[in-house]
Design a protein around this ligand. Structure first.
Ligand SMILES: [Zn+2]
Length: 530
């Protein structure tokens, strides 16, 4: 098909044309800006797994060739893997140091989609002004809109704002009135008009919100043709307020509204009920509903000390956990009931780690975690946060991070953990399947609503030159819960929009090729109210 239709393609697309011409003709335009020579190229879209020379011009992949190419810069990629850069759909850490830590993990695009943000315009403006090594973006934050309308607090675009709001009653426990719902929707829609990538729904932090409001939010998403990214309403195994019931609600919303619903961290919200939850979601997918998933490869999550699901009187029984599974991030101390009650008052926006499975200690827990991480068609996403010192996010052009900086290790190691542990050490995934889950699948989840994603997650002529070059024998996550501040190992080069951000394993500190990922600003659906 590709070769027989060549003349048509030549007419249709200059990009395709340049990709299909022989190397000699291609080089008539002079040497490539960058050539990655002799690497094992993996393209999850076409299935290509072979040694190629990759020619990059400007910010695009221009040519894949079996013959050597001339380049202004030629990088020897022999015995290294060349793959599309990793795309993180769930990156709360949107400060510059967090982006740099993720670059070492092979991430070339990181997006704050689950929580989202308000105001959206300011989010993009601030990052454009400061510069970013990797591509960035955010959804419109429904929870932020709820805090604004029901608590009268104006969102300042920070994650801290949301963490602090976790303990407030009105927005977390009450359905909105009709008028309040109208105002919430108006704020969310304003975010979409400012280019936000879909709607972030921290439903699990406001389990008391109304079902009618939920339906309205999904109708809004459908009208704009964007997904909702949801932390589902319940997180527990005991009925009726179970994780299973929460996924059932997701399925109902997708079915009735027609919106694409993306389930965030399928691992942590399914807990030990993953088998039945996975069956429900797979059944919904089989019937053609647009429900997608992501997971991170850890049995411990990160949240705010005032999270609604931890304030249930029966939370231990409901979630199959205890206070000893909670760690205060700031000090590393294991918590007790008394200490949690004290911290809720003294540090209401404080971060904690919560161990919901123990994959290192219990083989059965590893198997449960694998059910969500390896769920067919699922993406890998980190859910990582910003790096903190004494509970305050490290912001600005700070590098290296202060030695005292802490975060959940997934902020540093999620993607290399997949390639190192799941592929090489445990052989639970093929390398191609791992690359697919880290790059192509997240791009596909977004590409219907965000055209920019159609040229990401692939290596082919015309694709964005967001690329990773890594050593499959040494790639590994190094960040641990005890010592999180450790970059991943094995990423030899990371290229974003044609520019090196990691070169020979070192950060190029001045590089800021990251671009905003966003929908067309101001685009409003032409059809009537959904
Ligand atoms: Zn979440």
């Amino acid at each position: 098909m590709r070769t027989t239709s060549l003349p048509v393609l030549l007419v249709l697309s200059g990009v395709v044309l340049s990709g299909l011409l022989p190397a000699a003709a291609q080089e008539a335009g002079g040497p490539f800006d960058v050539v990655l020579a002799n690497g094992r190229v993996l393209d999850p879209e076409s299935g290509l797994d072979g040694v190629r020379h990759v020619g990059i011009r400007g910010d695009k992949v221009a040519l894949l060739s079996t013959k050597p190419l001339k380049g202004k810069v030629v990088v020897d990629a022999r015995s290294l893997v060349v793959a599309p850069g990793f795309i993180d759909l769930h990156a709360h850490g949107q400060q510059l140091p967090a982006a740099r830590m993720q670059a070492f993990d092979g991430v070339t695009t990181h997006l704050e989609l689950e929580s989202g943000i308000l105001p959206v315009r300011a989010f993009y403006a601030q990052r454009a002004k400061e510069g970013r090594p990797i591509n960035y973006g955010a959804s419109s934050g429904w929870a932020h809109a709820r805090v604004a309308v029901l608590q009268g607090l104006e969102p300042d675009g920070s994650l801290r704002f949301m963490l602090k709001a976790f303990g407030l009653k009105e927005w977390t426990q009450r359905p909105a009135t009709e008028e309040q719902a109208r105002q919430i929707l108006a704020r969310v829609e304003q975010g979409l008009r400012e280019g936000a990538i879909g709607i972030g729904m921290l439903a699990g932090y406001a389990p008391g919100f109304g079902h009618k409001e939920n339906y309205q939010v999904h109708k809004l998403a459908a009208r704009y043709g964007v997904p909702t990214f949801i932390h589902v309403r319940y997180m527990g195994m005991i009925e009726p307020e179970s994780s299973f019931a929460a996924y059932q609600e997701v399925v109902a919303m997708a079915a009735a509204s027609g919106a694409h619903v993306h389930v965030c961290h399928f691992n942590s919200t399914s807990l030990r009920d993953i088998d039945l939850c996975a069956r429900l979601v797979a059944d919904a997918q089989k019937r053609g509903l647009k429900v997608t998933t992501e997971a991170y490869p850890y049995g411990t999550g990160w949240t705010g000390i005032n999270a609604a699901f931890l304030r249930r009187p029966d939370w231990q029984k409901h979630m199959g956990m205890d206070y000893s599974d909670l760690t205060y991030l700031k000090t590393g101390e294991t918590l007790t009931r008394e200490r949690v009650e004290e911290l809720r008052k003294t540090d209401p926006g404080g971060s904690i780690l919560l161990r919901f499975l123990d994959p290192e200690g219990k083989p059965d827990d590893q198997a449960l975690l694998d059910r969500s991480v390896l769920f067919p068609g699922g993406a890998i996403a980190s859910d990582g946060g910003d790096w903190e010192v004494d509970g305050k996010a490290v912001t600005g052009d700070v590098w290296p991070l202060p030695a005292k900086a802490v975060a959940h290790p997934r902020a540093a190691g999620t993607f290399c953990r997949i390639v190192g542990r799941y592929v090489r050490d445990r052989k639970a995934l093929t390398l191609m399947d791992a690359v697919r889950r880290c790059s192509l699948i997240p791009a596909q989840i977004l590409e219907a609503s965000v055209p920019q994603m159609r040229t990401k997650g692939r290596i082919k002529p015309g694709a964005d030159a967001d690329l990773v070059v890594f050593d499959p024998n040494t790639v590994a996550d190094r960040a641990t819960f005890k010592q999180p501040l450790q970059t991943s190992a094995g990423m030899r080069h990371v290229i974003v929009n044609g520019t090196f951000v990691i070169r020979d394993g070192e950060l190029v500190r001045t590089a800021a090729p990251g671009r905003p990922i966003r929908r067309t600003v101001g685009k409003v659906p032409t059809s009537g109210r959904g």
